[in-house]
Unconditional design. Sequence first.
Length: 235
Amino acid sequence: MDDNSDTIVVRVRAVLEEIRRAAARAGRSPDSIRLMAATKTVSVERVREAVDAGVRHLGENRLQEALPKIEALGRPGVCWHFIGTLQRRKVKSVVGRFDTIQSVDSLELAEEINRRAGDAGLRQRVLLEVNLGGEASKGGFDPVALIASLKALSGLEHLEIRGLMAIPPPTATAEEARPYFRRLRELSQSLTAPGLPNINMQDLSMGMSHDYPVAIEEGATYVRIGTAIFGERGT
C-alpha cells in the first residue's frame, strides 16, 4: 500500500473516531450515523481505498463520473447516492442506478423521478433538498413551499421519501452552522406531524468536512465527507 493509500485509511479512521465522539456528546449511538464519502473528481482507485478502509456510502455529483465508479465498485454492501443537481432530462439515467437520490429540489423533479421509477417498475428512495438560507445560487425547496407540497409528494407512489438534505450557507465556523442544522431537524419533525403516508423523515443528510460534528450533535444521520478523506480537490 502506498503513502496515498495510508493517508486515506488514516483519514477515514480519524473521521469515524470524530463521528463516535460527536455521537457520544449528543447521547446517540454512532451506528445511527452513516459516513458518506463525496467522490466528485476522485479516481476509482482512491475511492476503492476508501471503501477498503470501511466506507460503505458513496456520494457522486455527476452522472458521467459516477457510472464508471459504480461499475468498478459495485460490490455488495456499497451504496451509491446521487448528491448533485439533477436535471429532469437525466432522471431516466439516474433512477435505479443509485440507492438514494439525495437532491430532489422541487415537486416537478419529484414527479419526474416518480414517473421514471414507475416506468422501471421500482420505488426510488429519495431525500428532499431544502434551501435553508434562501440562497439564489442553490436549488432546494423553500421550507414553506415544502410544507405546501407535502400532500402532493405523499401521493407519489413510486418514491420512497426518507428525509431531508441541506447544505447551509457558508459560515466562518462550524458553530455558526448549528442554527441551520437545527432548523432542518425541526422542519423534519413538523413534516412528520401530519401523519401523511409515504412521508418518512428518518434521515437527515447534513454536515460536511468542516462542520459535520456539529451536524451530528443536531441529528444528522448522513454526513457528507470529501476533503477530510481525499484532501483538497479541484472543482
